[in-house]
Design a protein around this ligand. Structure first.
Ligand code: NAD
Length: 350
């Protein structure tokens, strides 16, 4: 059996629970320490998961605790500083998405990981679904032919998280749905296509409902004395060096049907990810033919559990890191480019 990680958690908010549950379910890590400037939150997690050490300041935790790895899950604007501090303290890092919202910050994280020789894994949790792993193999083996286009959507009807909190502040979140949920869909489409080199992006963003407090969802805690200065709707076209492209829609709120569609269109076959199924589309004798392939829904290898096991295996040298910082950097460049394009009203070269 691979030895579990002695783990620290930085940021005891909502998503810390998913990581702690994953550690408990898989046994891949033993949470030893947790920190949050809001000590009540850290204490609550301590009680729920029997964590030995609680800190208000992550610097203290990094200096004093015997942990070998950390999960970085504070608000987005802190991901790069906290990750760099943790790597410098000799800890391996699993950093929540988005890795960062600035390419220069993401680059400095990658540089530090290289210097330290520690693992920097990015929290691209969707990669661990059995359907995704299966489809990735199909693409890599050429079953779909050349995948020249992907349509990726993460569209909510009313799903603005924590109005007025860090989620809707540009200085802390870096943006709205594009950076919050678009990052998952973009990463997934790009990963399934084999991570082609991005060359240019064209993006548009809108803030049609959020500023007037419409389209609110249930994630996060609203802060009504806060403010909203991010988009609530974004769309983009990303072009790659091999001529392929991804169209992306990331929407927190809009008067349209919700969608989490992900289509890959190849010159032999097409594929659509539908939760625990993959639909393969082709033609036989000039007739359209669709085949549904089913996968186990919640295996131990999927989602946060799969991510935690993969992190442990990468740290222990049992397997390569499946979502390395270098790939997070490429995704960050695409996201930052889309915002720049939306602001300029013109395409941006990457
Ligand atoms: N993978 C996913 O699907 C997923 C889902 C939700 C959130 N996230 C990501 O996780 C991160 C946290 O999101 P959340 O929903 O848990 O937010 P949250 O607001 O519930 O929690 C963030 C926590 O970080 C704490 N914090 C602030 N400054 C800190 C510091 N200097 N050191 C330690 N902790 C600090 C806050 O006090 C808060 O408790 C975000 O980056 C978000 O994008 C990922």
């Amino acid at each position: 059996m691979v030895k579990p990680l002695k783990l620290g958690i930085i940021g005891a908010g909502n998503i810390s629970k998913s990581h702690l549950e994953a550690a408990r379910r898989t046994g891949a890590a033993v949470p030893v320490a947790i920190c949050d400037p809001l000590l009540d939150r850290a204490n609550q997690r301590q009680n729920e998961y029997g964590i030995q050490e609680v800190y208000a300041d992550y610097h203290d935790m990094l200096a004093k605790s015997d942990i070998e790895a950390v999960v970085v899950c504070p608000p987005n604007h802190l991901h790069h500083v906290v990750t760099i501090d943790a790597l410098r303290a000799g800890k391996h890092v699993l950093c929540e998405k988005p890795m960062s919202f600035r390419a220069d910050w993401a680059q400095s994280m990658v540089d530090e990981a290289k210097k330290s020789g520690k693992i920097l894994q990015v929290g691209m949790v969707s990669r661990y679904q059995p359907t995704v792993q299966w489809l990735r193999r199909q693409v890599a083996e050429g079953s779909l032919g050349w995948v020249y286009f992907a349509r990726a959507q993460y569209v909510r009807r009313s799903g603005i998280p924590g109005w007025g909190s860090w989620f809707t502040r540009k200085d802390m979140a870096g943006g709205g749905p594009l950076i919050d949920i678009g990052v998952h869909r973009l990463d997934l489409a790009w990963y399934l296509m084999g991570c082609p080199k991005p060359v240019s992006v064209f993006g548009v963003t809108f803030a049609a409902l959020g500023p007037s407090k419409q389209g609110l969802g249930t994630w996060g805690t609203p802060e009504w004395d806060g403010y909203y200065d991010v988009e609530d709707f974004s769309a983009a076209l990303i072009k790659f060096a091999d001529g392929s492209a991804i169209s992306l829609e990331a929407v927190w709120a809009g008067y349209t049907d919700p969608s989490s569609a992900l289509h890959l269109i190849g010159n032999k076959q097409g594929a659509q990810l539908i939760d625990d199924k993959v639909k393969i589309m082709t033609q036989v004798d000039k007739h359209d033919m669709d085949t549904m392939v089913s996968m186990p829904k919640n295996s131990l290898e999927s989602g946060f559990s799969g991510q935690m096991m993969a992190f442990r295996n990468a740290v222990r040298g049992e397997a390569p890191c499946p979502a390395p910082g270098e790939q997070g950097l490429e995704v960050t460049k695409m996201l930052a480019g889309i915002y720049e394009s939306a602001q300029k009203g013109a395409s941006v070269a990457l």
